[in-house]
Design a protein around this ligand. Structure first.
Ligand SMILES: Cc1cc2nc3c(=O)[nH]c(=O)nc-3n(C[C@H](O)[C@H](O)[C@H](O)COP(=O)(O)OP(=O)(O)OC[C@H]3O[C@@H](n4cnc5c(N)ncnc54)[C@H](O)[C@@H]3O)c2cc1C
Length: 297
């Protein structure tokens, strides 16, 4: 636990020079949080190295590293991506941690409110993030902003509640109530810290879900910070992830039938496909998919 506290006190200092090196890099998140890359194992080369064990001579056809990584990602050959690992130190509000912890494939060690006194640090959203309930998405906030007066009033309410909760917490500690009980009325806006270690395949799964527009803004901020670090260490894998997972679209069977109707009026000429950025191999794969769509019942 003491090591967590030591790290947190040095983080703001590190943040200033964080851009220069990937290991130990810190990106500030929200008002008081951060993601710090503690350690990583492997790079694009580790993915290629592992893949070549399983494909052996077959990889001669896709001998170039970038091509191989893109092939693996496109065809969901995921285990070579598990050869790369990332360990992050994260400071985040408890409500973000609750969403984050649902990703079960990571190793986690969190600050203990039973062992240590919780710090007086709470997430206070920026005024622009204080929005009404979305009219179309039951799980999210809408696009409209509130008047300056209304948002100031709401911020005030949030801060007052946080201050009161922390004062009560201190009162309970002063009365020698056990730390594990004194903390039970603290709000989920309070910051916690953890170490979080995960392999690249599962990290990409996390990023695909948590960088998506449907994810809550506050967890998206952290996902985007980690994505920046991952892009630096495994640029080829990240590019493949962007092309074949993050920005790819999965169609349902009814959507496929709808697309079939659209496609039936059009021919696919090679020049147009090349202009779309498809390699020759991807073009062939795409034509295969289009045939499947055209054959959809
Ligand atoms: C926008 C959004 C809204 C959400 N809303 C809600 C909500 O309202 N309520 C709620 O409860 N949750 C909600 N969630 C959480 C969601 O249901 C998942 O629990 C979370 O995204 C983790 O996904 P996962 O299980 O695929 O990931 P991980 O736990 O990271 O697992 C990765 C993959 O590993 C495999 N795996 C992991 N553990 C097991 C296991 N024990 N058995 C079998 N396979 C396993 C699965 O294939 C899984 O897809 C939401 C998530 C998002 C992104």
């Amino acid at each position: 636990m003491s090591s967590v506290e030591t790290h947190s006190s040095s983080v703001h200092h590190q943040a200033a020079s964080a851009q220069q090196f990937p290991e130990g890099r810190v990106i500030s998140c929200l008002d008081k949080g951060f993601v710090r890359l503690v350690d990583s194992m492997g790079s694009d080369a580790a993915i290629v190295q592992a893949a070549r064990v399983s494909y052996g001579a077959g990889t001669k056809q896709v001998s170039e590293d970038r091509g191989l990584i893109r092939y693996l990602m496109r065809h969901a050959h995921s285990t070579p991506f598990e050869m790369v690992e990332f360990k992050f130190h994260v400071k985040l509000p408890i409500f973000v941690a609750r969403q984050w912890i649902r990703h079960r494939t990571a190793n986690v060690n969190e600050y203990s409110g039973r062992y240590s006194v919780m710090h007086d640090e709470f997430y206070v959203p920026e005024g622009a993030q204080i929005r009404p309930q979305s009219a179309t998405n039951k799980q999210g906030r809408g696009d409209e902003t509130l008047s300056a007066d209304e948002s100031a009033h709401i911020l005030d309410l949030l801060k007052t509640g946080q201050t009161q909760a922390y004062q009560d917490y201190e009162t309970l500690l002063d009365r020698n109530v056990a730390r594990e009980l004194a903390r039970i009325n603290l709000p989920v806006s309070m910051y916690t810290e953890w170490y979080w270690k995960i392999d690249l395949h599962n990290l990409f799964h996390f990023l695909r879900l948590r960088m998506d527009a449907h994810a809550q803004y506050e967890i998206r901020v952290y996902a985007e910070a980690m994505a920046e670090m991952v892009r630096e260490i495994t640029p080829l894998a990240f590019e493949a992830f962007e092309d074949y997972a993050l920005n790819a679209v999965r169609l349902t069977a009814p959507e496929t039938r709808a697309l079939k109707r659209l496609l039936s009026a059009h021919d696919l000429d090679d020049a147009a496909l090349l202009e779309s950025g498809l390699s020759k191999r991807e073009m062939a794969e795409f034509r295969g998919k289009v045939e499947k769509i055209r054959a959809a019942q």
